[in-house]
Design a protein around this ligand. Sequence first.
Ligand SMILES: Nc1nc2c(ncn2[C@@H]2O[C@H](COP(=O)(O)OP(=O)(O)OP(=O)(O)O)[C@@H](O)[C@H]2O)c(=O)[nH]1
Length: 406
Amino acid sequence: MVRFFLHPFSGVFSAAVAHFMIAVPAAPTHWVVRMNHRNRSASWLIFAVVLAAHFLEHGHGAWTWWLMVLQFLVYPHVVYLRARHAEDPLAAEIQNLLLDNFCFGLWAAALGFPLWIAYTLVICGGINLTAFRALKGLLQALVAVAAGAALMVAVAGWRFTPDTSLRVSAMSMLCLSIYLVLFARDAHTRTVALSATRARLRKSEAALQSQLQAVESLQEQLTEQAHRDPLTGLHNRRYLNTALPREIDACAREGATLALLLLDLDHFKQINDRHGHAAGDDVLCQVAALLLQSMRPSDSCCRYGGEEFLLLLPGMGLQTAVERAQALRQQVAERRWLADGQSMQVTLSIGVACAQDAGLKPAALIDLADQALYRAKAEGRNRVCAAPAVPQALVDGVAMPVHPAA
Ligand SMILES: Nc1nc2c(ncn2[C@@H]2O[C@H](COP(=O)(O)OP(=O)(O)OP(=O)(O)O)[C@@H](O)[C@H]2O)c(=O)[nH]1
């Protein structure tokens, strides 16, 4: 019987025992060990009073009184200290509960199975183990009680005096009732604590979720920033490294062509030198805006280098890509440019390449456009040159000399 009453002195007593027997460790005691100790030491003290009343009525010898003191006043603190210092306090406490039941069996048989006392002991011991181990616990408790009773019968012989006085019976009933009420109260306290913990967990889970969302959106922003050119706002080369292989594969899958335009502003150094770096920056931003305006939703536009831009045009053949490049070149050349308050003329040269093959290395396609661009520059700038259709040899990434096509 572990929990008849909550006794105000039980803590003081065990603290004193702990002080004299073992140095108290700093580690917190398991809550089950703490709860059982509190209830066991208090309720057994009260039960000792019931037994004392029974002894007085039946005139038991002095040794019985000493055994009662040892069992009901000292034992609860000894088993507490054992569980507290055990490597696995919970397992040790379950053993304590089994030992309790075994002792109850000894006492019940030694006293000749007084009905109310034995019933109270068995019910309380059984309930306690049931609370931790369900029906298996109840079975274990009954087996432990039976073993204790059998041992006592084997040692001291069979006695059967089930009657108790009205006073002792009433005291036993009162103990049992108080025990059950306290048991229910403990269950209620645990349930309330559990639902409070659940609510706290739900709250912190929601907070964690919103933090996770914030981190994810920050991550998206960072990724987006890492893929953007800060001056023009266009995608940068890092973006191209992932976008180009993806586009090549997608076009190859669909059996479509992929056109790539490499655009380079002509004599941009002179613009910088004549009109200043700020004007140069302004021109770069305006060219970027113009390219963005001309794009279809499926197109991608990157700032490839200082004054170099790259357009990816999925599903576009070489002929259409060249026409598109010519239109862009013309638009730039014919426009009156006003940058940083200064008027100037801007032209650009464009290299065009086109691919349809799966397995084409992105670098090979850029290389083709770059060689076409080089030709456009060499032939006098402000013009468009196209690379021939991608030769099969380049599908495996083997570079080949390019023959001019436009
Ligand atoms: N204003 C500005 N200038 C840049 C930027 N990035 C690169 N440049 C300049 O662009 C110029 C490129 O010069 P070059 O590579 O000689 O080419 P170019 O003068 O355009 O001559 P061609 O390409 O042969 O027609 C250099 O002077 C760089 O300083 C930038 O972000 N802003």
